[in-house]
Ligand binder design. Structure first.
Ligand code: GLU
Ligand code: ZN
Length: 494
């Protein structure tokens, strides 16, 4: 049996971690089994649909390097299947069910349904939802309604007795009493739009889907879908509902925990390889040990048996760690290309670099490479290189517990040592040694000497290692900045 799986998102929001994990599991499962991966856009809910979400779906999959294997050919390489282009099919099958006595036309007006709802609520009636009023309409009544021009919906005849069971590869058998399944749900709306259930089941059947891997939140739809397959006389696919993705606090992953949309992760500077690797480990493992998997590895090694039954925890720190690892695997040239857009956005560099800018970029890249968690970190780490420091708060020059006047003295003396050392092209270690000795003489901790230099050069108390900053700035700018800072401090203190 050829494996055929699909990712069937509704373009009603940005692609998020949970959705992308579903896409990846399906994709890897298809690849690992020599099967087919299908993309199906479930855009029947026109109120919640947005072009932006659809574009985001394509951008996300292409960023991750996920391609699909089939689709209707509309003048060129095939697009994905799109439900809104298939309405005629859904209508045809819904009408087929009516002819077979498995579904029926319902002419109830929205007003009647609303009145029904209010009445049920007021009476706290056990029966909730549609009262199956039109299930037994006579031909005459139907004719009257038609004559009055009322456009009907089509509803499924859900059995009122018995139970429905479906088997889930992970969860085992899931059984529901039929009377607890939604009472005769709408399959086709009066405007000809299918509901999710109808379109989803017809498409999975028509596309020969063998395994349905989707989020666990779809389990409640399971029994209804089985009833639909039965009504059509079709064999249902195998189900494998994926455990939830949760935050560290055990709650469903949401914006409260941090970014959840792939677009956000991407713009912060997570690499697709890192995100893909990490997301694949949320709810799946190979042998419980190995952590690094390339896309190619996963295309060979992925299997359903290793999917966890327990919810997967999404750990932002762990993702940062993976991202750092993948960043450090890049060559300096590759990394520089990835950093450039961030430096451009910050207004630090133009997109067309002069030779000296190119050289600066390469030097910067080799220094920041070890320190980046995400590509976007490069902006704050390198701001000092492209902008003059502001020195907004003079107190920053004084390390904790140090008087401003003592910081001034330390900076004056340190500057003399530093300039002399740079002039004589001494080893950095030697200059550092002298600065450390200066701290002892002045009865300060080393930070008492290094902090004012750091702040003078960068305007900030956190920066790249001091001598890396000096190297990047060059001797002239280094000296000029320290002199400026000294002048400022003198005005403050004296
Ligand atoms: N369109 C549904 C969604 O947005 C698909 C659910 C399914 O995979 O059956 O998740
Ligand atoms: Zn009705």
């Amino acid at each position: 049996m050829e494996v055929r799986v699909r990712y069937a998102p509704s373009p009603t929001g940005l692609q998020h971690i949970g959705g992308v994990r579903t896409a990846l599991f399906n994709y890897f499962f298809a690849r690992a089994n020599g099967g087919k991966f299908i993309l199906r856009v479930e855009d029947t809910d026109r109120e919640r649909y947005s072009d932006e979400s659809l574009q985001d779906l394509y951008d996300t999959l292409s960023w991750l390097g996920i391609t699909w294997d089939e689709g209707p050919v509309v003048g060129g390489p095939f697009g994905p299947y799109v439900q809104s282009e298939r309405f005629a099919l859904y209508r045809q099958y819904a009408e087929q069910l009516v002819r077979d006595g498995k579904a029926y036309y319902c002419y109830c007006t929205p007003e009647r349904l609303e009145a029904l709802r209010v009445k049920q609520q007021a009476e706290k009636s056990e029966q909730q939802g549609y009262d199956r009023h039109c299930r037994h309409l006579t031909e005459e009544m139907r004719f009257e309604y038609e004559k009055a021009g009322i456009k009907p919906v089509i509803r499924l005849k859900v059995p009122t007795e018995g139970k429905t069971t479906f088997h889930d590869v992970l969860m085992g058998d899931i059984t529901r009493r039929n009377r607890d399944v939604s009472p005769d749900p709408v399959l086709l709306k009066s405007d000809g739009f299918p509901t999710y259930h109808l379109a989803n089941v017809i498409d999975d059947h028509m596309m020969g889907i063998t395994h349905i891997m989707r989020a666990q939140e779809w389990i409640p739809s399971g029994p209804l879908h089985i009833l639909l397959y039965e009504a059509f006389g079709w064999e249902p696919p195998l189900y494998c509902h994926l455990p939830m993705v949760m935050g560290k606090d055990g709650q469903k992953l949401s914006k409260r925990h941090g970014s959840t949309s792939v677009r956000d992760f991407r713009s912060k500077g997570y690499l697709p390889e890192a995100l893909m690797n990490y997301v694949s480990l949320v709810g799946w493992s190979y042998d419980g040990q190995r952590e690094f998997f390339s896309k190619d590895d996963l295309e060979h090694l992925f299997c359903l048996e290793k999917i966890n039954k327990a919810p997967g925890v999404f750990d932002y720190k762990k993702l940062d760690w993976f991202n750092g690892q993948y960043i450090r695997q890049k060559s300096d040239e590759e990394l520089a290309q990835l950093l450039l857009p961030y430096l451009e956005d910050a207004g630090f560099l133009p997109s067309e670099l002069s030779a000296s800018q190119q050289e600066k970029l390469m030097r910067l890249t080799s220094v920041v490479k070890e320190r980046l968690k995400v590509l976007g970190d490069v902006v704050e780490l390198s701001r000092f290189l492209f902008e003059e420091p502001m020195y907004e708060d003079v107190n920053l020059f004084a390390a904790k517990g140090v008087q401003l006047s003592d910081a001034l003295e330390a900076l004056e003396k340190a500057y003399a040592i530093l300039r002399d050392g740079l002039d004589r092209k001494l080893e950095h270690a030697a200059i550092e040694q002298s600065l450390t000795e200066l701290a002892t003489q002045l009865n300060l901790k080393v930070n008492g000497v290094f902090m004012p230099i750091r702040v003078a050069l960068t305007g900030s108390t956190v920066s790249l290692p001091l001598f890396d900053s000096i190297n990047l700035l060059g001797q002239d700018a280094t000296c000029a900045r320290i002199e400026n800072a000294l002048a400022l401090l003198k005005r403050e203190v004296r």
